[in-house]
Ligand binder design. Structure first.
Ligand code: NAD
Length: 414
């Protein structure tokens, strides 16, 4: 293992243990809350367009369902493995508990580079994968959603597979197309939630957003919507990056026109804005809010010392490794963790499911204001505990989540 790479599940266990010790959780209960309830590994065969056969590896990890059905996305990526999916499933259990929605945590994925498949192949792979995991999936059992490299179309194919046997069942997945029961406001929900988190932190720490600066790594769904809402609140977004590299403009980037550029070209490259900057250098820019919104593990023991921000806002899942976290703690840079910051996505997924169960659609304003209420109260609960126990944002968020899950497990019994 290199200097910067860490074992994902072990990193999540370390974060969990720190919080469970503070809560004084009995050790067998803590052990049971950390380990997944069920792990399903499946083989996914695919007839390729050229007539050959390929075999892919898929997973669905069901971490904990004490508070509600397992809930979590399905990721298609060449680096998906059991360790990563386990870690992401555990984070979902505590994320859904932090925002207090009646779900547990799960995650799934296929080890595949979808850029190397045709649209027909992706559809076949998705349908076959869903059939293989379907014995453990259900509207009150486990509700998948999109994650990296999966989208509303893939959710529509999953829903179609399920509905063929069970009748019209939009509530089996979230993140669907609007036409099939997707929720208004779901597309922007994670970025909007990131913005609410920053706004609460700014209020708490006496920062005037209209005089503040932000740097965002990743300009996809989460990064671009976070940038949009920050820009609208007059916070200067001085740098952003994506897979093609970064742009730096100390006076503030023109975010609406950058979003238009990305809609047209797919990437921020050649937008004509700012000076170019690397994905590594962008992390050490002087700013108020550094927002990793792309990959896991980007802030680590080899670069954390170089950061010059006032806060790290974890919009991506797992962007800070535990050694990176320790360095930031010693530099007094607060890290607002993924299980709070990016919980807006699963919160509106929950609203989508509720609308599907009610067979009723809410207006977008209603969705957004309910999301605002959830994110604001989660921030306040984490902050109250953080101050009371004198712990980091991450430990406090885990404590809020673990306490809720532990109480449900104890009430239900083993
Ligand atoms: P996305 O695919 O829409 O966007 C990803 C962005 O990261 C793109 O701009 C891409 O160019 C960029 N990127 C890829 N490789 C990069 C690299 N090496 N360096 C810099 N940038 C790179 O994905 P997303 O939905 O915005 O998700 C981003 C992160 O947020 C992921 O960690 C995801 O798990 C997490 N997340 C997403 C949601 C959601 O609702 N979309 C919810 C919770 C958490």
């Amino acid at each position: 293992m290199s200097d910067v790479k860490v074992n994902n599940f072990k990193a999540t266990c370390d974060q969990f243990e720190r919080a469970s010790e503070k809560l004084g959780l009995e050790s067998n209960l803590a052990q049971s809350l950390m380990m997944p309830d069920r792990e399903l590994a499946v083989e996914v065969p695919l007839n390729r367009d050229d007539g050959s056969l390929s075999i892919f590896q898929g997973y669905r990890i069901q971490h904990n369902d004490a508070r509600g059905p397992f809930k979590g996305g399905i990721r298609y990526h060449q680096e998906v493995d059991l360790d990563e999916v386990r870690s992401l499933a555990a984070l979902m259990t505590y994320k859904t508990a932090v925002v207090d929605i009646p779900y547990g945590g799960g995650k799934g994925g296929i080890t595949v580079d979808p850029r190397k498949l045709s649209k027909r192949e992706i559809e076949q792979l998705s349908r076959r994968f869903f059939r293989r995991i379907s014995p453990v999936i259900g509207i009150n059992k486990d509700i998948p959603a999109p994650d990296v490299n999966t989208n509303a179309q893939i959710m529509a194919w999953f829903m179609d597979e399920y509905s063929q046997n069970e009748g019209h069942s939009p509530g089996i997945v979230t993140g669907k197309p609007i036409e099939l029961g997707g929720s208004l406001g779901r597309e922007s929900a994670t970025g909007r939630g990131v913005f609410f988190t920053i706004r609460e932190a700014a209020n708490e720490f006496g920062i005037n957003l209209s005089k503040a600066t932000a740097v965002i790594q990743g300009f996809g769904n989460v990064g671009s919507f976070a940038a949009k809402f920050l820009h609208e609140s007059e916070c200067k977004v001085i740098a952003v990056s994506d897979v093609t590299g970064g742009l730096h403009e100390p006076g503030g980037l023109d975010i609406p026109s950058l979003i238009d550029h990305v809609k047209e070209h797919g990437v921020i490259e050649k937008s004509g804005q700012g000076e170019s900057i690397s994905n590594e250098d962008i992390l050490s820019l002087d700013c108020d809010f550094l927002i990793p919104a792309a990959l896991g593990g980007v802030i680590h023991k080899m670069n954390a010392e170089n950061l010059n921000c006032r806060f790290v806002i974890e919009a991506a899942n797992g962007p800070t490794t535990p050694p990176g976290d320790e360095i930031l703690f010693s530099k007094s840079i607060p890290v607002i963790p993924d299980i709070l910051t990016n919980a807006g996505g699963v919160t509106v997924s929950y609203f989508e499911w509720v609308q599907n169960l009610q067979q009723f659609r809410w207006e977008e304003d209603e969705v957004n204001s309910k999301l605002e209420a959830k994110m604001t109260s989660a921030y306040k609960e984490v902050t109250t505990l953080r101050k009371e126990k004198n712990v980091s944002f991450r430990t406090a968020a885990f404590m809020v989540g673990i306490d809720r899950v532990a109480r449900s497990v104890e009430l239900r019994g083993f």
